[in-house]
Write a protein that binds this ligand. Structure first.
Ligand SMILES: C[S@@+](CC[C@H](N)C(=O)[O-])C[C@H]1O[C@@H](n2cnc3c(N)ncnc32)[C@H](O)[C@@H]1O
Length: 360
């Protein structure tokens, strides 16, 4: 007969499977809250806790499904995306209506006032059916060694973006919002690193958000935002930033230093080495450097973002063309082959670290 401990352990095992089987329900409830702008609605009441009816009244619909909303909010409260308490809204003891407030998590989901740093566009991007469908192909990736995004959409992610303006916008907006957040952290963690640089090229810089943020803190830097032509074609103008369209596998514009955020993780080792060699040609040999903002995997690490590093590695299987997240040894190998034998890793208060690498 099983002991009580064994029964408990078995049941916990079962509960864990249920949890992971439906983990996507968390993502979908989160996406729903962002689509309906629930964080903005709560915020619009000026910081006071609000009732469900008050939230529902600001959803643009003639007849919002309030009972659905209540159930979605109940889950999101349990997940600490929102908080709820039963304080009476009018002070009377008989009223026990639930009142909802923002938490430190939902403050990252604002899209209107107060949303300078927001992950909302990233939620809308990552949880869109276009980016969800390749996740169903992980098994086929293992079976065939193929590329999940191509299996789902018949072409690579960058070709899909160049043919589909709506996806292009969704993707670039998602990237730009995370850039703003991580660049703040990068500037905090790598203050002196940018000081001696006169010109900086952001390779694969998207619509230029990261470079614009860096230059806000370092107005002496002349920035070149370099990305594929269909991406820079939609980029807004930023002060002291020139947009240049091209292909980093052909050539990279010249500058004192290269910045690359979330580029190398999109590619396999051979492609990374090609990109690094082009970066090396673009900077002065003596005092040039590449500043790479990427995850440095610590698979067993206990840091706040270490588990997310492993999740991002799955994102790379689902969305990239042969890319992966790398641990320090893997970084060292491609840096050396790409012409950067010397490097430092600097931690920042974000998902990514800075890998500062030198040609000599
Ligand atoms: C994951 S996104 C990162 C964007 C930006 N660095 C950021 O972190 O927000 C990768 C970027 O690489 C760009 N890219 C892909 N292939 C490229 C190529 N061959 N040459 C230049 N840029 C490329 C994409 O258009 C995209 O903007």
């Amino acid at each position: 007969m099983e002991s009580l401990d064994e029964t408990e352990e078995t049941l916990r095992g079962q509960a864990l499977v249920w949890k992971h089987m439906f983990a996507f329900a968390d993502s979908m409830a989160l996406k729903c809250a962002v689509e309906l702008r629930i964080p903005d609605i709560i915020h619009s009441y000026g910081g006071r806790p609000v009732t469900l009816a008050q939230i529902a009244s600001r959803i643009p619909s003639a007849s919002p499904g309030t009972p659905y909303l209540a159930r979605i909010m109940r889950l999101l409260v349990r997940k600490n995306i929102f908080s709820a308490n039963g304080c009476p809204p009018d002070g009377s003891p008989e009223s026990h209506e639930t009142l909802y407030s923002l938490t430190p998590s939902s403050r990252w989901l604002l899209q209107g006032p107060g949303s300078e740093l927001s992950l909302a566009p990233m939620v809308l991007m990552e949880d869109h059916p276009w980016l969800m469908s390749p996740w169903h192909c992980l098994g086929d990736c293992v079976r065939t060694g193929g590329i999940a995004f191509e299996m789902a959409h018949g072409r690579k992610v960058w070709d899909f973006a160049s043919e589909n303006p709506e996806f292009n916008r969704l993707f670039n907006d998602g990237m730009a919002c995370t850039s703003k957040i991580t660049v703040r952290a990068i500037v905090e963690g790598y203050k002196e690193g940018f000081e001696s640089i006169g010109s900086l090229v952001d390779v694969g810089g998207g619509i230029g958000g990261a470079l614009a943020e860096i230059i806000k803190s370092y107005p002496h830097i002349q920035g070149i935002n370099f990305d594929l032509p269909h991406v820079v074609a939609t980029a807004p103008a930023h002060e002291r930033v020139t947009h240049v369209g091209g292909d980093m596998f052909d050539t990279v514009p010249q500058a004192d230093a290269v910045f690359m955020k979330w580029i190398m993780h999109d590619w396999g080792d051979e492609d990374c080495v090609k990109i690094l060699r082009n970066c090396r040609k673009a900077i002065p040999e003596k005092n040039g450097k590449v500043i790479i903002a990427e995850i440095v995997l610590k698979p067993e690490g206990g840091g706040m973002f270490d588990e997310m590093g492993l999740v991002f590695d799955m994102v790379m299987i689902a969305h990239s063309s042969g890319g992966k997240e790398r641990d320090e040894l893997e970084w060292k190998k491609i840096l050396e082959e790409g012409g950067f034998p010397r490097y430092n890793i600097i931690k920042t208060p974000s998902l990514v670290s800075i890998i500062e690498a030198f040609p000599l």
